[in-house]
Design a protein around this ligand. Structure first.
Ligand SMILES: NC(=O)c1ccc[n+]([C@@H]2O[C@H](COP(=O)([O-])OP(=O)(O)OC[C@H]3O[C@@H](n4cnc5c(N)ncnc54)[C@H](OP(=O)(O)O)[C@@H]3O)[C@@H](O)[C@H]2O)c1
Length: 232
């Protein structure tokens, strides 16, 4: 049985995720909801929708809905989802108030993924360990992304910073077409450890979406975060 995915958002990342899902026999992309349809495109099942996400879910019965839109769109989309919908929020840039509001939707299975690439989640686990066994080091994060990225610092950098129980300055660079680089520097007076994660392309997000979807499908209703998918 294929895992049925409904995708909200068909921008730079949504397009890559859609193509990746279509080329994987384990998955069926049952709908793609766009904000506006300006011209015909290669997906004949693209649906023009903003207000009717709940109707789409009832009609196509996806196992998991994946959101790659905007924070404001998520706050609307989440209202329309039927009970027990598995909903992966890979959209980023939320305020704390918005995240707290999302947590109130306890009739859904919500998985919030500030960064859904598996390498980043492994790096966060490594940072948690470093925090425990090298807790006297200074820690700083340098993150680099493409110049039009809306949020700065990246939600991923903020999430990495939370792995440490001390203040972690974040330095953001926005330039050209950099997909995403996160560098974590830990230094004492005499030595330095650097962890660096670099995404080569946006397929890392598709791979993460698939892993997260398989994990979320059989969970109870509630709010989950991506680090729960990765444990050691
Ligand atoms: N968690 C992760 O690992 C991860 C990875 C990559 C990206 N992201 C996040 O995912 C989001 C999308 O990224 P992106 O690079 O694809 O940005 P993007 O190119 O700006 O795409 C966003 C898309 O969402 C569409 N949209 C807006 N409101 C919508 C709605 N109500 N229903 C359906 N579609 C709607 C927009 O359509 P219009 O242009 O027509 O308004 C646009 O095509 C961002 O928040 C980004 O930070 C997260």
């Amino acid at each position: 049985m294929k895992i049925k995915i409904g995708l909200l958002g068909y921008g730079k990342t949504g397009r890559v995720v859609a193509q990746n899902l279509r080329s994987d026999k384990r998955f069926a992309l049952v709908f793609v909801a766009k904000n506006k349809v300006t011209k015909p495109d290669e997906f004949d099942f693209v649906v023009k929708s903003k207000e009717f996400i709940g109707e789409l879910v009832n009609r196509f019965e996806p196992d998991v809905v994946v959101d790659l839109t905007t924070p404001d769109a998520v706050m609307l989309n989440i209202n329309t989802l039927p009970e027990k919908t598995s909903y992966i929020i890979a959209t980023t840039g939320f305020t704390d108030v918005q995240i707290n509001k999302i947590k109130e939707y306890d009739h859904l299975k919500v998985l919030y993924a500030a960064n859904i690439s598996d390498g980043i989640n492994v790096v966060i686990k490594a940072c948690e360990l470093l925090n425990q066994i090298w807790n006297h080091a200074d820690v700083e994060i340098v993150e680099q992304h493409f110049k039009d990225k809306k949020d700065s610092p990246s939600s991923t950098a903020k999430k990495i910073a939370k792995a440490f129980n001390r203040k972690v300055p974040i330095h953001s660079i926005r330039a050209g077409g950099i997909v995403g680089i996160h560098e974590i520097i830990l230094a004492t007076n005499n030595q330095k450890i650097t962890l660096k994660h670099e995404s080569f392309n946006k397929d890392v997000f598709a791979e993460g979406v698939k892993r997260a979807a398989i994990w979320l499908m059989n969970k109870e209703c509630g709010f989950y975060e991506i680090d729960e998918v990765y444990h050691y």
